[in-house]
Design a protein around this ligand. Structure first.
Ligand code: HEM
Length: 183
């Protein structure tokens, strides 16, 4: 499925309306500046898992690079622009993870941590019904994030199974092929 078509399906399925988009955009002044802080807490959490620690710190300079890419990703959640380019960027991020052997079992609990860290901040910064509106909009965009990620894993696996029957290898190789095609 093309990125734009997939995104439209996900927007419809999650019920993300223009009102939710505006709510997310209105959160940018609160959430945007928190991006570096959330990134620090996020990689601190990932680093406590031995397997993820090895993936992140086993390659010199990697985690330092990731602090920045994560912060960009985080700010984009609240940019309020969820178009075909956004979907393509997200699917690209999914493929990068598949290529380096990061699996849904690593990724999805990590998304939960991002949610936890963000909700904590929103709860402190907002009052009354604004909290519920913010949480509703945020959860919708995070569901879209997860679905785009999962779909890109699925495409990678499908592509890779044409090359090998080994699932782990198929995921990595398929992602490599799709990333090359995208360039
Ligand atoms: C909410 C979850 C996560 C987000 C938002 C996220 C975000 C990102 C972004 C934006 C990139 C850069 C992609 C690119 O080059 O275009 C990236 C790469 C990467 N991420 Fe994640 N990530 C998440 C979870 C994880 C987890 C759980 C791991 C496991 C250890 C991980 C390890 C990596 C690695 C190894 C790279 C490649 C870095 C490189 O060498 O360039 N990520 N991530």
């Amino acid at each position: 499925m093309r990125a734009e078509e997939l995104l439209q399906t996900l927007v419809r399925r999650t019920g993300l309306t223009e009102q939710h988009v505006q709510t997310l955009r209105s959160l940018e002044p609160i959430a945007g500046p928190l991006a570096p802080e959330v990134a620090l807490a996020f990689y601190d959490y990932l680093g406590r898992d031995p397997e993820m620690h090895e993936i992140l710190w086993g390659v010199p300079g990697r985690v330092e690079r990731l602090y920045r890419s994560f912060a960009v990703w985080y700010r984009e959640i609240f940019a309020g622009v969820y178009d075909a380019n956004y979907a393509l960027r997200r699917m690209h991020i999914g493929l990068v993870h598949a290529r380096v052997g990061v699996r849904p079992g690593h990724f999805i609990p990590a998304v939960g941590i991002v949610q936890e860290l963000t909700l904590e901040h929103l709860r402190n910064a907002l009052r009354g019904s604004d909290i519920l509106a913010a949480i509703t909009a945020f959860e919708k965009i995070m569901s879209i994030e997860i679905a785009l990620m999962q779909e890109s894993y699925f495409s990678a696996l499908w592509e890779g199974l044409k090359l090998t029957q080994n699932e782990q290898e198929a995921l990595r190789e398929g992602a490599r092929v799709l990333l090359e095609q995208a360039h």
